[in-house]
Design a protein. Structure first.
Length: 225
């Protein structure tokens, strides 16, 4: 049996559902049950820490939730959202479970594909921090201020509602084309797992990289599947 995963939900309910479905399907395809425990974080609480720049506070909050999953039998943990990884360096030393990082598999994928210039779709915090400064060697196109607001607002509407809206899909598709044609981005990085509610293989008409899928594959490897 694969290692028991602690999945920290609530930091995007739709994202946690997406991860759960993908992980369950991968285990079913191997004929194995999915060993899983989950805990629900409070998104407004997490956002307050992020907006205040209190990474230590955010790390302590998340560590407490991860410790509850450890007590329930989890052997490793994952956060199915990009923005909370802003405190990854603060969180790793204070949690007793190994964390499956979301940035490392993305960096590895970009190097493998030879992509040098890309743009981020996600929350304002992810975009403005350039994926937390952990994508060395990648030239990240920074959208203009009003464009960042458009991307952030569309993302938050999706995350808060747990479903994608056609207007947001159209707006972000147009934005992607602008960043590719105007700014020379080679691909759009979906740096927010709730974007899976807006984009899939059938309705994405521009080069893209799905952080959530790369993270899910890393989790499965860490579970030993």
């Amino acid at each position: 049996m694969s290692r028991c995963l602690g999945l920290l939900g609530g930091v995007g309910i739709g994202a946690a559902v997406h991860y759960y479905e993908a992980l369950a399907a991968a285990h079913a395809a191997k004929g194995e049950p999915l060993p899983l425990v989950m805990v629900n974080a409070d998104m407004p609480t997490g956002l307050r820490y992020v907006q205040a720049g209190d990474l230590q506070g955010l790390a302590r909050y998340l560590a407490g939730l991860i410790d509850r999953m450890r007590a329930a039998g989890a052997e490793l943990a994952a956060i199915p959202a990009v923005t909370p990884h802003i405190c990854f360096n603060e969180l790793s030393p204070i949690t007793l479970l190994p964390l499956v990082d979301i940035v490392t598999p993305l960096a590895d994928h970009l190097r493998t594909k030879g992509i040098r210039r890309a743009a981020l779709f996600g929350t304002r915090f992810t975009i403005e921090s350039a994926m937390f400064g952990r994508l060395a060697g990648i030239d990240l196109v920074k959208p203009r201020a009003d464009e960042i607001t458009t991307i952030h607002d569309a993302y938050m509407r999706t995350a808060n509602s747990g479903k994608g809206a056609p207007d947001d899909h159209r707006a972000l598709t147009a934005m992607a084309r602008t960043l590719i044609e105007r700014d020379g981005a080679e691909a759009i990085i979906f740096a927010g797992t709730d974007l899976s509610l807006l984009f899939d293989t059938d309705n994405t008409t521009f080069p893209s990289i799905d952080c959530a899928q790369l993270h899910i594959e890393a989790i499965l490897r860490a579970q030993g599947l």
